[in-house]
Design a protein around this ligand. Structure first.
Ligand SMILES: Cc1cc2nc3c(=O)[nH]c(=O)nc-3n(C[C@H](O)[C@H](O)[C@H](O)COP(=O)(O)OP(=O)(O)OC[C@H]3O[C@@H](n4cnc5c(N)ncnc54)[C@H](O)[C@@H]3O)c2cc1C
Length: 431
């Protein structure tokens, strides 16, 4: 088992073993969101404790890693990672996403599948973004945290419980230590203990689908085209990776997905190759397969007293149109910007007005994206003849009318309420 990592002890302080670790901000959850927030705050010199249940990722090749997913990051998200000093290490593994291809399969009297290409070269900025293996993102973010003297990164450590006091939340950690800070951030995923302990209610709903994920090698080049084929059970997406490799997100009805995930490699590969068709030449599966049951969750509030919720602790949506982490990184950018400002003005980082402003700034974007992802999932995977026809007509209009296509591509990359400054190239400088 890799060693438990604790970076620079000069950052968060503890006067004796029984004294709590004290920081300005403590983050619970070391997923990609928690790691990114710690990197942003640490880059500004804010003392930050990150309580991370997972083990550090070794420098091994990403194909050996435990997370066999990739993330399609839009350019704004990449700007945030650059501001945090965490993009350079990713570049070597990042693949440009130049074209998004949507294939509407034939149904009823239609005899041909229709293909609609969204080409980033027709927009204001090209490419749309870059696809990066999650394990690479985690490794690079962990390495960045290790460089930041203001960050204490506790890996393989769980937050077992938390108690509130006027000065902030007191965390009880699995290594028997305690921690406190002016502000606690819940980045602890869909089942957030931070959210539940603070008594913040949420609504959630499952989908009857599961996303199967894996990597493939293929003999023909992908030409930086990401392809989404709409089947009745859900979209089947191929996202380009380095070389002749692609990552797959195959949304299938849950019962069938479970069966596919249990099949031996040869049987699974046969079904997969059938799904891909001949467009990538000969195909070989590599690495492990993963299964992610689809669900959505929206927290009634994104804050509580001296507590902020970010990313999947605040909102989770199905993996349709590569939205999840991009949306979450906008939470990180907005919250980090407000906290850095507050820190530079020597003000309380757990201030209730700051937290209310954060909530207000994020809600419209989150609700809009959730509604779009939910609608898109139901619409794209619906087998009704009428909806299939509407989908076909809509795609045909987009295909045949370039201004409409350009409009959709440009607005699809924007968020209501504008782009946070940390996503537009603004640098974070230590105070
Ligand atoms: C198949 C699939 C494909 C996707 N593709 C894309 C894409 O292309 N683009 C995109 O933008 N998004 C994509 N997403 C969404 C994206 O992966 C998620 O939004 C993102 O990983 C969520 O990150 P997070 O940090 O919020 O949550 P999580 O990854 O769930 O992290 C939460 C962390 O908190 C830890 N934790 C929980 N409780 C505790 C505790 N008590 N103490 C300590 N630690 C705790 C957990 O162990 C975990 O490490 C995809 C999702 C799926 C399922």
């Amino acid at each position: 088992m890799p060693p438990r990592q604790m970076t620079d002890s000069s950052s968060s302080s503890r006067s004796s073993q029984s004294e709590p670790i004290t920081s300005q901000v403590q983050i619970v959850g070391g997923g990609l969101a928690g790691l990114s927030l710690a990197a942003a705050l640490g880059s500004a010199g804010i003392t930050t404790l990150l309580v991370d249940q997972e083990a550090p990722v070794s420098a091994a090749a990403y194909s050996e890693a435990t997370d066999n997913r990739t993330t399609a990051l839009i350019l704004n998200s990449i700007n945030l990672l650059k501001a945090c000093g965490a993009w350079e290490g990713c570049e070597e593994y990042a693949t440009a996403l130049t074209v998004m291809r949507i294939i509407n399969l034939p149904r009823g009297r239609q005899t041909k599948a229709s293909t609609t290409d969204f080409d980033s070269r027709e927009t204001e900025t090209s490419p749309f973004g870059y696809n990066v293996p999650n394990a690479v993102l985690r490794r690079v973010l962990c390495q960045r945290l290790a460089q930041l003297s203001s960050v204490t990164h506790l890996t393989q450590t769980k937050m077992d419980g938390m108690r509130s006091s006027e000065d902030g939340w007191l965390l009880a950690l699995s290594d028997s230590s305690k921690a406190t800070a002016q502000l606690t951030v819940g980045a602890d995923g869909k089942n957030s203990l931070c959210r539940k302990t603070a008594g913040i209610r949420s609504m959630s709903w499952p989908y009857p689908q599961t996303a199967i994920t894996c990597y493939i090698e293929h003999s023909k080049p992908h030409r930086n085209v990401s392809t989404e084929t709409h089947y009745p059970a859900g979209p089947f997406t191929l996202v380009p990776m380095m070389g002749n490799r692609s990552s797959i997100v195959w949304v299938e009805e849950t019962r069938l997905a479970r069966k596919l995930l249990q099949q031996d490699e040869a049987t699974f590969s046969k079904a997969l190759i059938e799904k891909i068709g001949g467009r990538l030449g000969s195909v070989k599966l590599f690495g492990r397969r993963g299964g992610f049951p689809l669900s959505a969750m929206l927290s009634n509030s994104f804050h509580g007293p001296r507590l902020a919720l970010v990313a999947e602790a605040a909102h989770a949506l199905p993996p349709i149109a590569a939205q999840g982490l991009n949306l979450s990184l906008r939470d990180i950018a907005v919250l980090a910007e407000a906290l850095i400002d507050q820190h530079n003005n020597r003000l309380d980082l757990g201030d209730s007005t700051l937290l209310e402003d954060y909530d207000r700034a994020r809600r419209l974007d989150v609700v809009t994206r959730m509604a779009a992802a939910d609608g898109l999932n139901r619409f794209a995977s619906n087998d009704s003849g009428i909806l299939h026809g509407i989908r076909g007509l809509g795609l045909a209009a987009i295909r045949n009318f370039p201004p409409l296509r350009q409009f959709m591509m440009n607005t699809g990359m924007r968020s209501p309420g504008g782009t946070p400054a940390l996503m537009t190239g603004k640098k974070i400088s230590p105070e």
